[in-house]
Structure formats: structure tokens, C-alpha cells
Design a protein around this ligand. Structure first.
Ligand code: FAD
Length: 327
């Protein structure tokens, strides 16, 4: 299968998101297995100097599309530019992050390129020379292995925090070339007028390495202060179950689960969360799950790596004190 591997970088405010390095690292592993080149594509404004770093994570070639209209993501502009760059090749594996942006882009790009597409994958492999993607189904109860039709592009998004980032090789470099593309204003149906950034400085749940999450067992919004304190100490984001969000204790942006965010941190501490299937769908691929729940039969304990059967209002403050001692 003569084809290349292509990875689409994700940047915000001119800085690469962590998922970019995960996808380039995974792209390197796949390109090695296929014996092909890895190309990283960067879209943005004034990104060319920064783009060279992607070679250090494994790219053989970096293509930069530079245009003020690409500074902030829009579906129209990104799809147009990427389809022009990619259609220079006839086939290949195209990877990007399963972030809000990546999921949106993958759908539109696969339609434009008439390519097969797999969303929110947790593993990739090469089997008999063919690209195979693995993704959770039935709210994380099972995994499905997906193959793609022969020829054409195979597009897949990678769940954030699942693929490991390669060790940076500072001595590695590659050519960084300007993309050739035409962006016609008449073709762009949307343009960014203003970006209203979240000023809270909170860690983005989908990118967080650690999450402390609270459910109905928190009993009220004021009690999240104990989770906030622990989270601040260990550099974690604070999440919530849908019950807590529906009760108005936390904003919907904090909701983890099937109808909330899908997260995959190294550490997920579930406090007063029963572990309903819809919640597990959002955090079941976390590396280490710690559950604090006073009900020994709570389903969360079947998925937890460490469980504490106790009142969270005793355990969380005690845990916080212990963490303070070692920091
Ligand atoms: P509960 O199930 O009420 O559990 C509270 C837990 O807290 C209990 O296990 C209890 O033992 C424990 N507890 C109580 N007090 C204490 C204490 N002092 N110390 C320690 N433990 C204590 N849910 C989501 O989370 N995310 C979703 O995205 C989502 N999407 C859904 C989509 C659909 C279509 C449907 C039908 C449901 C969805 N749900 C979702 C809801 C889900 O089914 C559960 O109702 C919800 O996850 C339960 O939240 P909880 O665990 O906080 O509450």
C-alpha cells in the first residue's frame, strides 16, 4: 500500500495543542510500520517558525498553510485548504485529534474527499499492510476494529490523552514548505468576528492530565470547594456528573459522559459518582480511576483501579492534607 501518513496539527492562539504532538507521534509509529513518509500539515497565521518543532516529534515534512483567515478554525476554510493540499496525493492515512475542532473537521473533510472516516479512536495499527482503527462503541462497553475501503484516504481522529507523545529529538529537523492553495472569500460561508475566551484560566477538561470529579454525592454546589482545593494542589481540572449539572451545581462545560465531554486523563478521581454507563462512556479510558463512594455496591468500583468505601466529606479533606504534606 504505497501511501503516506498525514497529520493535521491543531493550534489555538498560535500555540500547538497537546493533541498535535500525540497525533504526530502516533503518525510516526504508523509511518514506520507502513514504511512511508510522515507529513504534518499546519494551518494558521504566522505559524511557520513554530512548525519546525513537529520534526522533533517525528515528521519527515511539514507543510504550512499561512493566511490570516486560517488563524482561527472555521470548518469552511480548513476543509477547503486541506482538501487542496491532500488531493495532491491520491491516498493516505490522515490523522487528527478527536477534539471539538478535529471531530468537526474530519466529518467535513471525509465528505469532501469521499474518504472513510473513524471518530474518537483509542488505538491504531497496521495489519497485513492495512490501516486499522479501534474505537469504543455502546458507551464504552465494547471496542470495534475498523478497516477502510482500498484506495483513497483513510481519515481518523484520535481521542486526546490516549496516544503517547514521543520523546522530543532536538537534533531532528525536516523541510518546512509553504502550502499552495487558493482561498476564495466567496466560498467561505462563515468568518470569525470575535473570540470570547474563557477568562477563568481553568484547565480544559479534555486536555487535563488529572481530573477530580463530583456527582450527586456532593450534596450541593458549595461543597465543590473541597474538590477545587484538591484539584488546585495537584494541577487537576474539576469535572461533574450529569446529575450535578442538571441540579445546576456545575456548568454543562464540566459534564463528563455520553452527553458531556469525553476525557482520558492519567488520573480520574470520582467523588460521590455512582458510575452509570453514561458517565463511564466519558471517562472509562482514563489510565487510573480512583472512586470515593460510601456505597460498596456502586458500579464505579467495577471500573476503578483504587476504591475508597467511605464518606467523601471525610476522605477528600484528609487526602488534601496528605497531598499538602508531600508537595
Ligand atoms: P447518582 O447515581 O445519584 O450517584 C450518587 C452517588 O454518590 C451514589 O453512588 C452514592 O452512594 C454516592 N454518595 C452519596 N453521598 C456520598 C458521600 N457523602 N460520600 C461518598 N459517596 C456518596 N450522566 C453523566 O454523568 N454524564 C453524561 O454525559 C450522561 N449522559 C446521559 C445521557 C442519557 C441519554 C441518559 C439517559 C443519562 C445520562 N446520564 C449521564 C445520567 C446517568 O444515567 C446517571 O443518572 C448519572 O451519571 C448519575 O450521576 P451521579 O453518579 O452523580 O448520581
Amino acid at each position: 500500500m504505497a501511501q503516506g501518513v498525514w497529520t493535521i496539527a491543531e493550534q489555538r492562539d498560535g500555540e500547538f495543542r497537546k493533541i498535535t504532538f500525540e497525533v504526530v507521534s502516533e503518525g510516526r509509529r504508523l509511518a514506520d510500520a507502513l514504511g512511508v513518509e510522515l507529513t504534518a500539515i499546519v494551518l494558521g497565521a504566522g505559524m511557520k517558525d513554530k512548525a519546525a518543532v513537529l520534526a522533533q516529534y517525528g515528521a519527515d515534512r511539514v507543510i504550512v498553510a499561512d493566511d490570516p483567515r486560517l488563524e482561527t478554525y472555521t470548518t469552511d476554510a480548513y476543509t477547503s485548504v486541506l482538501s487542496q493540499i491532500l488531493s495532491a496525493a491520491e491516498q493516505g492515512v490522515v490523522l487528527m485529534g478527536a477534539s471539538v475542532q478535529g471531530k468537526d473537521l474530519a466529518g467535513r473533510l471525509s465528505a469532501r474527499l469521499e474518504a472513510g472516516m473513524a471518530q474518537d479512536c483509542t488505538a491504531f495499527s497496521i495489519e497485513d499492510g492495512e490501516f486499522v482503527a479501534v474505537r469504543p462503541i455502546y458507551a464504552g462497553k465494547a471496542y470495534v476494529k475498523l478497516g477502510f475501503p482500498a484506495g483513497g484516504f483513510r481519515i481518523a481522529t484520535a481521542r486526546p490523552n490516549v496516544m503517547s507523545i514521543a520523546e522530543l529529538d532536538a537534533g531532528r529537523s525536516c523541510e518546512v514548505v509553504d502550502a499552495e492553495f487558493k482561498l476564495d472569500d466567496a466560498e467561505l460561508k462563515t468568518r470569525v468576528v470575535e473570540v470570547l475566551a474563557d477568562e477563568s484560566g481553568k484547565i480544559d477538561l479534555t486536555e487535563a492530565d488529572k481530573i477530580v470529579s463530583g456527582g450527586r454525592g456532593m450534596k450541593g454546589p458549595e461543597n465543590y470547594a473541597i474538590l477545587e482545593e484538591l484539584a488546585a494542589l495537584i494541577g487537576a481540572a474539576v469535572g461533574a456528573s450529569r446529575s450535578a449539572v442538571d441540579a445546576g451545581w456545575r456548568p454543562h462545560a464540566d459534564q463528563v459522559g455520553q452527553t458531556g465531554k469525553v476525557v482520558s486523563p492519567n488520573l480520574y478521581i470520582a467523588c460521590g459518582i455512582s458510575g452509570a454507563i453514561q458517565h463511564l462512556a466519558g471517562m472509562g479510558t482514563s489510565k487510573y480511576i480512583v472512586a470515593i463512594n460510601k456505597d460498596p455496591d456502586a458500579p464505579i468500583f467495577q471500573r476503578a483501579d483504587y476504591g475508597v468505601v467511605a464518606d467523601l466529606f471525610d476522605v477528600v479533606p484528609a487526602l488534601t492534607e496528605e497531598v499538602k504534606k508531600i508537595l
